[in-house]
Design a protein around this ligand. Sequence first.
Ligand code: NAD
Length: 479
Amino acid sequence: MQVDESLVRNVVQQVLARLGKDAAVPPSSNGSYQGRFGQFTGVDEAVAAAREAFERLSRASMAERKRVIDHIRRIAIEQCVELGTMEMNETKIGRLAHKIEKLKTLGERAPGVEFLRSEVFSGDHGLAVIEHAPFGVIGTITPVTHSLPTLTGNAVSMIAAGNTLVVNPHPSGKRIAAEGVRRYNQAIYRDLGIDNLIAVITEPTLETAAAIFKHRGVSLLCVTGGMAVARAALQTGKRAIVAGPGNPPVVVDETADLDRAARSIIQGGAYDNNLLCIAEKEVFVVASVFDAMLAAMERAGAVRLSAAEIAALTRVAIQSVGEGEHKHDAASKEFIGQDAAVLAKAAGRSVAPDVELLFGETDESNPFVPVEQMMPFVPFVRVRDVDEGIAKAVQYEHGFRHTAIIHSTNVNNMTKMGRAVDTTLFVKNGPCMAGLGMGGEGYTSFSIAGPTGEGITTPLTFTRERRCSMIDNLRILGK
Ligand code: NAD
């Protein structure tokens, strides 16, 4: 009987992992990492395995690349309930239905090989063809807010472009990241005989992230997360694609369809308990429709907190962090991604468990306005007119160039705000996710590279240009 060495190795690894032992096993007898299914504790090994996978992928056809991606898509879609539930149980933030939906959406809609293209210059001196080549191994950092969904979208787009990846997931989402990677690699290996296209660090730390950042075998970085990781990636000296933090403002002017605006703000602001980086975080409403807008929010099912309740919530849900000039307000971990009912309780109010969003009037000095709260309470601030609303939106977007939203039927106001906010995503008259193709046009990615300018990432984001020139020949037009 022939024994598949890789499967034996994998079983051994899983047993060791269950026993709490270091699951790393040395390369197989032929010196390869085949059979590890992407599970690594050490960065050097992970990069070596992903490099080996890159060499193999480089010899694969485009049809085979597509087959690789189809396995990732199929598993993300077919196993979204099981994997989404595992992510919810591990991270304990957000909402189960949305954890499931996010994974399925990334499986269905992350941009794949169909996004690749070449350009041609054809003229008197022949042809120049521009092609988009892979970088190699991409060092990838993913957030806790969508651990496996971000990894899945990254993997689809990066592999579509011919790269492989080494992932340092957020420590609080490491188990679901590793499990997803194991399933993806296993399916790919069984079908195509290539393993470790995705290598995950199973015990990720800041040290392993730093080791990935400076590893010579890593050709490109893609980080998705908050300010600290964005800064760290930009200081490495390597090319980095940075999908950084957001604090998306919403402006509602006097021409808006207020009921539509309310439904949109609830849909986007409450999604996964406000964990999305694109989610509505603070709303500026023109004074003449302010009271009507608050009434529309209540009609649409959100619960309004009183000033005293907001003060009570603010005291516990926002805390001061850092020292000296670095001292600033931040969302308290205890409340990030928790249900509206949990926040309401902290505010001294009891609401039904199915309430999705809390809101209330504040002025701009309330820390919920500048802070990226990532919890389902959204402050509403009264402004004199649309110009003041736009000015405040610009101020509290903090120059992240991430996402901004307007509800209006006045195209001049939309244009004015679009110009002023200068964000990567600008959504008009819909919930934030419509800007990522969920209920709006366009494709979906959970890595939105504002600071470094690549925008909503696609396979082309993870490529470098190569030009191939034929001099004085092969142009079949003209003389
Ligand atoms: P986080 O910044 O705490 O962590 C993100 C990742 O970076 C994690 O893997 C973490 O371990 C790592 N990390 C943190 N500091 C690091 C450092 N100094 N060096 C190396 N790695 C470091 O963020 P989070 O709570 O996981 O996710 C929420 C944040 O991510 C929010 O700010 C949100 O806006 C942002 N985000 C942005 C996008 C986007 O596309 N622009 C998408 C999702 C989330």
